[in-house]
Write a protein that binds this ligand. Structure first.
Ligand SMILES: [Zn+2]
Ligand SMILES: [Zn+2]
Length: 671
């Protein structure tokens, strides 16, 4: 946990303390810090509403004023269970009802893990920590909203009330935060996206599946152009992979079964459709039975009989089993069952399951493994703007920030341990280049590392590699002067990771990308290269996606720029506005328009009969970046009057000069 997260999580304990003073029967579940704040889930017959907030906050203030120490206590599993049964966890004292969620949490703590309690004043909670030293450290806080959530996010579990709040070191920081939120509401990417016709959602397409309108597609194309140029210069090679893959690949990668809930359910195909779609049950089953009892080999191909009624494999096997059972023959039940199972397995083997890809990595690993690799080819950098699909819960979907289909600025770098540091550094340099282009001044790399005591359980069992790569990552971060924090015990299973947080122009925080070191998966896929000494070695893999997904990154950019995109990104870069509609003026405007378009500038022409002020107003409202206003005098001197959205009139310029300026600003991707 970072410092601010620790402060916010500590506020959750204070929130629970306050709620118990009002409703002593409240049962608490989990209360972690979240982006921009914290929450605590609780079960309580009284439905808490924002009207209750003042009362709860009053109690919280008392707890903070009392400046109680957060006391850490290690307890045995038995002690923890005893306290939970006495109702004394997440409670002010023992109660008639056990602390039932805490009881469940304790029962799920793995053997051998240290169990700790934290106490502030008379409130005791089961918690791994950490916490601020005293409740008085919470300088400013506010409860923000209440929602409902299922225990452990599972809808089969009871529904709980989730109280959200936020906390800061001091009131100044908190005021700035709420002011920023106010500004962010005006810049909301969902609102601007609709007004500017960038993207939309449609019920028939499905929730979380954005449709990109022409102006939004421009943003995508420009970002891809930037990424492709940058990656080309950095020695990446581009690959293309399908949107789906067979189940077996995700079993190999380990995504199945662990990640199955985040994937769309599989498509089931009968591999050899001709052999299975039409089955004449009465006839073929008799034949089949005969064959089964004569030989030990079920010949499934002979199930087929053209032109008969269509049945599913399940129906066919069930009916087959029923028939087998009703038959009186010399085979005993066990033997029949064994036969049946063999057939069933064969049938199941014929069902091919395909999944929409939730990540590009396994496809790229297959490309690495597709040809024999030598150390001379490393580092091998495979890049793709890959489409991924994730089944986010419908309650989690949010504009472009949480979607179910996403286009990822993905690449996988396969390298040796010796090459790792330089490769990782190059990835970071790429981030810095992008931050500069987009005017991102404030950013933070959140470096999640392992816990040596959990190697082999929570973290893949490569103790030396963990230490070595983390050291290299740390070196790179230190040397390049990148702003970072190190968070222990939060690495992924297969390696340390870095989450990249950026702040928009108004100071709103976004998590846009993740870098990941991977020691485990290349081995699972059997990826090897021939080293100098002719032995086969497994490469390390770096997953990186500096521009994240188009969806999230464009969502960020819309809010960052408030829809006022720089020239190179603007969906409509230039609009030519004529004052009047005399033939020579119109011809002049058309020739400028044609010249701009010939240089692939997204230019439009407003030849309407509206007054010039009306034309300008419309262009400004539509956030057109540059307006070239042409009147009679401009025509006579071969000039244009340049106007930039949000900056006003910049004066007249010779046509050729204006053209050079525009092309240069686009080429250099000026902000
Ligand atoms: Zn805690
Ligand atoms: Zn990956």
């Amino acid at each position: 946990m970072t410092e601010i997260e620790t402060l916010r999580h500590s506020s959750a304990h204070v929130l629970a303390t306050a709620i118990l003073r009002i409703w002593p029967e409240a049962q608490f579940a989990a209360g972690p810090p979240v982006e921009n704040g914290f929450y605590y889930d609780l079960d309580l017959p009284h439905r808490i509403t924002p009207e209750d907030f003042a009362r709860i906050e009053e109690e919280m203030k008392k707890e903070i004023k009392a400046n109680h120490r957060f006391e850490r206590m290690e307890v045995s599993r038995d002690e923890a269970l005893k306290l939970a049964r006495e109702g004394a966890l997440a409670a002010l004292s023992g109660r008639a009802e056990p602390s039932r969620f805490k009881l469940d949490i304790i029962e799920n703590i793995p053997d051998g893990e240290v169990i700790t309690l934290y106490r502030n004043g008379d409130f005791t909670d089961l918690c791994a920590g950490p916490h601020v030293s005293h409740t008085g450290r919470i300088g400013a806080f506010k409860l923000t909203h209440v929602a409902s959530a299922y225990y452990k996010g599972d809808e089969r579990n009871p529904q709980l009330q989730r109280i959200y709040g936020t906390a800061f070191k001091n009131k100044t920081d908190m005021d700035a935060y709420f002011k920023m939120l106010e500004e962010a509401r005006k810049r909301d990417h969902r609102k601007l996206g609709r007004e500017m016709e960038l993207f939309c959602f449609d019920d028939d397409v499905g929730p979380g599946l954005p449709l990109w309108l022409p102006k939004g597609a421009v943003l995508i194309e420009e970002l891809e152009k930037l990424a492709k140029e940058t990656e080309f210069a950095a020695g990446y090679q581009r690959v293309r992979t399908p949107h789906i893959a067979r189940e077996s690949m995700y079993v190999c990668s380990g995504h199945l079964p662990y990640y199955a809930e985040s994937m769309f359910p599989p498509m089931e195909l009968v591999a050899d459709a001709n052999a299975f779609l039409n089955i004449d049950l009465s006839k073929t089953l008799d034949d089949l039975e005969k064959k089964i009892f004569e030989s030990n080999e079920p010949l499934l191909e002979e199930l087929a009989s053209p032109g008969s009624e269509q049945v599913t494999i399940k129906e066919a096997t069930e009916s087959f089993w029923a028939k087998l059972r009703s038959q009186d023959n010399q085979l005993d039940e066990t033997a029949r069952k064994a036969f049946f199972l063999r057939i069933l397995r064969r049938l199941q083997g014929r069902i091919d399951r395909y999944y929409l890809k939730a990540m590009n990595c396994p496809h790229h690993h297959k490309i690495f493994g597709a040809v024999p690799r030598s150390y001379r080819e490393l580092p091998l950098r495979l890049a793709e703007y890959g489409n991924c699909y994730r089944y986010e819960q419908s309650g989690e979907l949010f504009g472009l920030m949480r979607v179910r289909s996403m286009q990822m600025n993905d690449a996988h770098i396969y390298c040796t341990e010796d090459q790792f540091e330089a490769e990782f550094n190059a990835v970071n340099q790429m981030y810095l280049k992008y931050f500069k282009i987009f005017g991102i001044d404030k950013y933070l790399m959140r470096f999640s590392t392992h816990d040596p005591e959990k190697v082999g359980q929570k973290f893949v069992g490569e103790p030396e590699l963990w230490i070595k790569t983390e050291e290299m990552v740390r070196n790179v971060l230190k040397r390049s002067g990148i702003n970072y924090v190190e968070v222990a015990n939060e690495a992924a299973f297969y390696g340390p990771k870095i989450d990249v947080q950026v702040w928009s122009a108004i100071g709103r925080e976004f998590t846009i990308a993740t870098n990941q070191v991977d020691f485990a998966v290349p081995k699972r896929f059997g990826l090897v290269y021939k080293d100098r000494d002719n032995t086969e070695k497994t490469p390390l893999c770096i997953h990186r996606a500096p521009l994240g997904t188009h969806e999230r990154f464009i969502g960020f950019l819309i809010e960052h720029y408030a829809g006022n995109f720089p020239l190179w990104l603007a969906p409509e870069q230039v609009r030519i506005l004529t004052i009047g509609d005399e033939e020579p003026l119109v011809e002049f405007a058309k020739s400028i328009h044609a010249e701009l378009r010939s240089h692939e500038v997204r230019a439009d022409l407003d030849l309407s009969t509206d007054k010039i002020n009306g034309k300008i107003q419309r262009a400004e409202q539509q956030k057109v970046h540059t307006m070239l206003v042409i009147g009679k005098r401009d025509l006579e001197s071969g000039a244009v009057s340049v106007r930039v959205h949000g900056r006003g009139n910049l004066g007249a310029k010779p046509r050729a000069e204006a053209m050079v300026d525009i092309l240069a600003a686009i080429k250099e991707r000026r902000g």
